[in-house]
Write a protein that binds this ligand. Structure first.
Ligand code: ATP
Length: 364
């Protein structure tokens, strides 16, 4: 059973707490990404799962087996780091087959599995090349293959693509997903890159400052962020957030954004949740979920900058606390200095408590 259950996991280094009471259940065969900015505790969590660090408090279960005191080599995990650890004096074939040879697997099995993993990772033409003559991209592929060939029930990858170039990263995202589908391992993947997490993971655990912020499918965390940290961190660009105060109008409940005017009316469910409380809020909407509206039907904001990035155009509107980004198709006609009226798609609007940053009702 290769489900992983982290129960009230805490890690302290001296008086610094790197991980604060993490509870996370990863299903057998699931691809879970640990996502967050540098220093949020992702690698610390991973190292504890691998058995390289001991928890200060809490438990790690593989299935129903407590891993306390079980050394790394006996946990049945495969581990790939950001810095590939490859034997440079060996060929690709020798690197890939290393673990099986050490285990004393029969020759025919070694050949068959080496061939299969090389094929899967497009390493077949390089099998007899010496590793010291290969590019960083290929070396990282060999490192992944060397671990994957052992078919570990649990596969841990810590930022494996951060040193490879952008084009190769895109290829590897697809290949890693194929690899996991093929072997059906439980995969835990550490990254600070939300695109990697969004494209590969079944679920994402978003972390910040040693605290688990939200666990959900990529669409969950994108559509229904639990708080403003997740709202900003997920998405490129992140969610727009504008400070305001709920106010009744003849069209229903709106958010008064002060100098930016008032928002279009809120959807009923969100309005009901807001009427049940008081205080300032952050009015949130995704840059991709806006349309250009007629005057008086949205937020009127000056265009500051237009970023044309191929298929899409990111329009930067307003300034400071009133800054908003809107993403359109590349044929949108806007010019710097003009005023654009943008209206968020009503169903995609999210509202957060301004003091705590926590999402308020009505999501989904
Ligand atoms: P990065 O991507 O930069 O590695 P991360 O989210 O993986 O970030 P961790 O490496 O888990 O973060 O580190 C979390 C915090 O714990 C950081 O502030 C780090 O400085 C601290 N930390 C990690 N290992 C140790 C250690 N051995 N001793 C003291 N502090 C540590």
């Amino acid at each position: 059973m290769s489900a992983i259950h982290l129960q009230n996991l805490v890690k302290r280094f001296g008086d610094f707490t790197a991980l604060k009471t993490m509870d996370l259940a990863i299903a057998d065969g699931e691809f879970m990404a640990l996502l967050g900015p540098s220093g949020c505790g992702k690698s610390t969590t991973m190292n504890m799962i691998a058995g390289m660090e001991d928890p200060s408090e809490g438990k790690i279960l593989f299935g129903d087996r407590d891993m306390a005191g079980v050394p790394m080599g006996r946990r049945g995990v495969g581990f790939v780091f950001q810095n590939y650890a490859i034997f440079t004096h060996m060929t690709v074939r020798q690197n890939l087959s290393y673990g099986l040879r050490m285990r004393g697997a029969p020759r025919a099995e070694i050949d068959r599995r080496t061939g299969a993993i090389a094929e899967l990772l497009q390493l077949t033409p390089m099998l007899d090349r010496k590793a010291d003559r290969l590019s960083v991209n290929i070396l990282q592929r060999v490192a992944i293959g060397r671990s994957a060939i052992m078919e570990p029930a649990i596969f841990l990858l810590d930022e494996p693509l951060s040193n490879v170039d952008a084009a190769f990263r895109a290829v590897m995202r697809t290949e890693l997903k194929h690899l996991q589908r093929q072997f059906r391992q439980t995969m835990v993947y550490v990254t600070h890159d939300q695109l990697e997490a969004m494209t590969m993971a079944d679920r994402i655990a978003v972390m910040d400052h040693g605290v688990l912020q939200q666990v959900g499918t990529p669409l969950d965390v994108y559509n229904n962020p639990a708080n403003v940290f997740v709202a900003r961190f997920i998405g490129a660009p992140g969610m727009n957030l504008l400070m305001g105060r709920p106010a009744e109008s003849d069209r229903g409940l709106v958010v008064d954004l002060g100098p930016l005017g008032v928002t279009p009316p809120l959807p009923d469910e969100l309005a009901a949740a807001l009427r049940a409380r008081s205080g300032d809020v952050l009015y949130g909407f995704r840059p991709e979920q806006v349309s250009i509206a007629a005057e008086g039907r949205g937020l009127a904001l000056p265009v500051n900058f237009v970023e044309r990035i191929g298929a899409r155009t990111i329009v930067h509107l307003g300034q400071g606390a009133g800054a908003v980004k809107a993403v359109f198709d590349n044929d949108v006609r806007v010019a710097i200095g003009e005023t654009l009226v943008v209206s968020p798609v009503a169903a995609s609007v999210r509202v957060f408590d301004a003091a705590s940053g926590v999402a308020i009702g009505g999501t989904g």
